[in-house]
Design a protein around this ligand. Structure first.
Ligand SMILES: [Zn+2]
Length: 241
């Protein structure tokens, strides 16, 4: 939650700093970034540009303040764009391309682009399942694609049961309507859990996938010689490297 201090600077989580808490400043040594102020008798409303001290990206705040001159005697932060919402932790061994796609889905969620977020979270699931040797049939619901994952013991029965509820209805091909935000929050957390199941203890998961005959070279349709990675080395399926 963004907050404003006595100097008029704002503390908020920056989307361009991967959600880290940062200070947004309204001026630098030699310039003020700009503002429009609507002055009333008792208080003024200021639309002000800010800059992240960490990465330099811009932001806009609407601040109500009392007193004749900015930053005034008292300040109330009305709105602040753009502020990153909470970012879910992801497994360290998760391929960067999947991390990027998951984070982009979270950005869509921040911006209220719920259908876009839904499409990206589902895309993350399809890509990691493919990368781990599962055949995706586009004609079947995505929740059904997790049947064999559960049979292989990669995900728990409880997670499998939840899949039908969370992934049950794919609205992307429907006429335009906005899915409830609560459904997107559930999908985000479910996707994160699947990523943890597949990548949190990667060496153990690789052994389970190998036992199940899932890790195959997609180009040659031949089994890939997989061995547990040595300590400190990450295992990435070829299709995600
Ligand atoms: Zn930043």
């Amino acid at each position: 939650m963004a907050s404003i201090n006595e100097q008029g600077n704002i503390q908020a989580c920056c989307p361009e700093c991967h959600g880290a808490l940062s200070t947004f400043e309204w001026n630098s040594k030699d310039k003020i970034y700009g503002s429009i102020t609507r002055a009333d008798i008792a208080e003024s409303t200021c639309y002000r540009l800010y800059r992240c001290a960490g990465c330099g990206s811009g932001a806009l705040a609407v601040v109500r303040f009392t007193g004749k001159l900015w930053p005034g005697d008292t300040r109330q932060l009305l709105t602040f764009h753009s502020e990153a919402a909470e970012r879910l932790p992801l497994p360290r061994d998760l391929p960067q391309s999947i991390v990027n796609e998951f984070r982009e889905a979270e950005k869509c969620l921040d911006a209220g682009c719920l259908r876009a977020a839904m499409g990206l979270f589902r895309s993350v699931l399809v890509k990691v399942l493919r990368a781990n040797g599962y055949v995706i049939d586009r004609n079947l619901p995505l929740s059904h694609q997790l049947d064999t994952v559960a049979e292989d013991g990669i995900i728990t029965k409880a997670r499998h049961r939840k899949a039908a509820r969370v992934l049950g209805h794919d609205i992307i091909d429907d006429e335009w309507h906005e899915p409830p935000r609560i459904d997107l929050e559930a999908l985000r957390r479910f996707t994160q859990r699947i990523l943890e199941d597949l990548y949190e203890d990667r060496a153990a998961t690789v052994l389970m996938l190998r036992d199940a005959g899932r890790l195959v070279n997609e180009e040659k349709n031949m089994p890939v010689p997989v061995s547990a990675p040595p300590p400190g080395r990450k295992f990435f399926p070829q299709s995600l490297q």
